[in-house]
Design a protein around this ligand. Sequence first.
Ligand SMILES: Nc1ncnc2c1ncn2[C@@H]1O[C@H](COP(=O)(O)OP(=O)(O)OP(=O)(O)O)[C@@H](O)[C@H]1O
Ligand SMILES: [Mg+2]
Length: 158
Amino acid sequence: MSVPRPLADIAFDGLELELPTPADTEALGERIGAELSAGDVVLLSGPLGAGKTVLARGIGRGLGVLGAITSPTFVLAREHPPAPGGRGVTLVHVDAYRLGGRAELDDLDLDTDLREAAVVVEWGEGLAEALAGRHLLVRLRRRDDDSRVATVVRVGPS
Ligand SMILES: Nc1ncnc2c1ncn2[C@@H]1O[C@H](COP(=O)(O)OP(=O)(O)OP(=O)(O)O)[C@@H](O)[C@H]1O
Ligand SMILES: [Mg+2]
């Protein structure tokens, strides 16, 4: 999969962000979604329950897309078309946990051309190179007090 245009400039690239509540995680996603363009790829990594789907939900809100964003564990990928008044970009939400790699992602046979969508992949670390030379990586981790910390890194050639 190629990325035809540069990933948006994310102002908080490289930062560690404290996310005390799910609402904070969703708000971070909303900020990311508001910056994304067609062809952008965002990888969400972190253990089970880290908040990847919550973050993806925020990204969907920031983009302005239709359909509830829930865990795609049993469907591998869901397409969310743009909502009226949104940014006009389809969101493809993938759970890569069971995907072997690029070949399988290409084989998903989605209606949407991935170059024309913003693609958010849960559990994507390790598939990064196969997906896109350039992407945004958000790592989520859970603290003992159950709060979350996110690190946001832009990966690939600038
Ligand atoms: N600060 C926080 N940010 C995000 N989620 C939080 C936070 N605090 C508690 N939670 C809870 O943790 C859970 C995160 O679930 P979520 O489905 O987003 O995780 P996930 O990383 O997608 O898991 P999976 O690996 O199963 O896909 C939710 O129930 C959410 O309410
Ligand atoms: Mg999930």
